[in-house]
Design a protein. Structure first.
Length: 531
């Protein structure tokens, strides 16, 4: 197999080992969490380093597999289940790399090892198997969605399954990984450092239960399984799904559609939040709670859900204030204002004209915090959108010589623009995009300038896009470019620039079928002997 393909295979190993048990990156300090003492086991760090070298640098997959098998055998004898699990998954991926077969054999191999493991390692393997089934289904959904029944169904052969068979298996394995939640909630991640990237999010996933529950939620929150909807489908219609965590975990969820992925997600959120309610450090609780609100906001069907969502976020920030773990709840409130602000249309929809200001107040508050958090980073990006200057210029395609004409200028976050009109030539066609953007400005700014002027605009103080028409003084017949800049320097990369072709002519033409008529643009009279 080609070395590049082998590297991709090893990357898949890492994705499976690491990302399967984590969620997206949160920028938080690394902390260690330990509930019970663990007996140190051999790490095999040097052996794994050699294996990575065999695959990545030398392309020796067979040699790497032999080394992995050695680790597997030794780790099995000493009862080092974490290393057994890591070796097992490396075996599966390297064997796939050597045989180019599909995931089915690898999944079956993982399933056969379930009875051989116990305790935390077994529940982790259940979670990994669920993820492998999910990945396999996603890669082959085009094939499975053509099946409306399972007439050729073979229990041990996923190739014969219909979509619902996959979803049932995936759900079964995910829930199997969440059994004995109290034990999992008391299990430190330290013994699993061999198969986990520590990253900087241990405060958010402090226990094994947190990692497995959030990974299961990634599946149950997705929309794909809702393509086929039963008559009694579970729907998020009850206002209590937006209730504070203390109320949410105590409110029973009545549902006849127990196979609903959304129902499963609600069940997991309830258990996850209930386990964290008494935490002294609130990071994991707030992360799960904010995630829960985002999920129900997306999928709830009650008409007042926007109001309930905004109130739920406000309830969190009212209670936890500037606690770094609550920063994302602050940002999501700013994003609500931002979404409103984006609907503004001058003269037709001015209701939310000043919503950017409300969003900016929240963003400024977040970026003043010392800690680097997800909410702070998101606020920085939103603040950049709010403060960005922009200008656009639009003119009639052709204007008459010797007469003033108009330009429509759209502007944001600027009170003054500088204009220059330069003599162009037939070699430059801005609209056609003949010149690459990075090479265009030096060419345009080097053209001979025939006229300059400035235009002031009112300070709207609303961070919205506004438009107005400005007067352009008369020009003789010719081809020009109108260039606008936010400063008199006209400096690409520093100033915001805009440009538009300007054609000044008395000639117009009319097409009728295959005939063209050249006329005077102003009077409409034919021009004889036109060429």
């Amino acid at each position: 197999m080609h070395l590049r393909q082998l590297k991709l295979k090893l990357m898949r190993i890492r994705i499976l080992l690491f990302l399967t048990l984590t969620t997206f990156l949160h920028i938080l300090p690394v902390t260690h969490f330990s509930v019970r003492a663990q007996t140190p086991m051999k790490s095999y760090n040097s052996e794994w380093k050699k294996i990575d070298t065999l695959v990545l640098k030398q392309g020796l997959t067979k040699s790497a597999l032999t080394a992995v098998n050695n680790i597997y055998n030794v780790a099995t004898k000493e009862g080092n289940e974490t290393q057994v699990l890591k070796a097992l998954i490396y075996q599966v991926m390297l064997e796939e790399a050597l045989s180019d077969n599909n995931h089915v054999d690898g999944i079956h191999k993982l399933e056969k090892h379930l009875p051989l493991l116990k305790g935390p390692a077994k529940v982790v393997l259940n979670n990994i198997i669920a993820s492998r089934y999910w990945a396999y289904f996603q890669e082959n959904r085009w094939k499975f969605y053509n099946r409306t029944a399972t007439n050729a169904f073979k229990k041990d052969d996923p190739e014969t399954w219909a979509p619902e068979d996959f979803h049932n298996a995936i759900s079964r394995y995910y829930f199997a990984s969440l059994k004995n939640e109290k034990q999992l909630f008391e299990t430190s991640l330290a013994p699993f450092d061999a198969i986990l990237m520590k990253g900087n999010m241990r405060k958010l996933r402090p226990t094994l239960y947190d990692l497995l529950a959030h990974r299961a939620l990634l599946y149950f929150k997705n929309d794909e399984r809702t393509i086929t909807i039963p008559a009694d489908a579970f729907e998020l219609r009850n206002d209590t799904v937006f209730a504070p965590a203390e109320t949410f975990v105590k409110t029973p969820v009545i549902n006849s559609d127990t196979l609903s992925p959304y129902y499963s997600a609600i069940v997991i959120y309830r258990r996850l939040l209930a386990l964290h309610l008494k935490d002294e450090v609130k990071d994991a609780l707030l992360d799960a709670d904010i995630d829960r609100l985002g999920f129900v906001h997306t999928h709830a069907v009650m008409p007042e859900k926007e109001f309930l969502y905004a109130n739920a976020l406000k309830s969190i920030t009212d209670k936890y204030g500037d606690l770094p773990a609550a920063s994302q709840a602050w940002f999501l409130q700013a994003e609500i204002h931002a979404e409103n602000a984006r609907t503004y249309q001058a003269l037709t929809n001015e209701r939310h004209r000043f919503e950017w200001i409300k969003a900016k107040v929240i963003c400024d508050r977040l970026i003043s915090q010392k800690d680097s958090t997800e909410g702070k980073i998101n606020a920085l990006n939103l603040l950049n959108e709010i403060n960005t200057k922009s200008i656009f210029v639009h003119l009639e395609t052709v204007n008459l010589p010797g007469k003033p004409f108009r330009a429509l200028v759209t502007f944001k976050n600027t009170t003054k623009l500088y204009f220059r009109i330069a003599k162009s030539n037939d070699d430059i066609n801005i609209a056609a995009g003949d010149v690459e953007q990075d090479k265009l400005w030096p060419i345009l700014l080097a053209l001979p300038v025939v006229k300059t002027f400035e235009q002031e605009f009112p300070d709207t103080k609303d961070y919205q896009l506004h438009a107005t028409e400005i007067k352009i003084d008369p020009l003789p017949v010719g081809t020009y470019v109108l260039i606008a800049s936010t400063t008199a320097d006209f400096a690409p990369g520093k100033d915001v620039l805009a440009v538009h072709d300007v054609y000044v002519s008395t000639i117009a033409w009319i097409r009728k079928a295959d005939h063209f008529f050249v006329v005077n643009r102003e009077t409409g009279q034919p021009i004889n002997m036109a060429r």
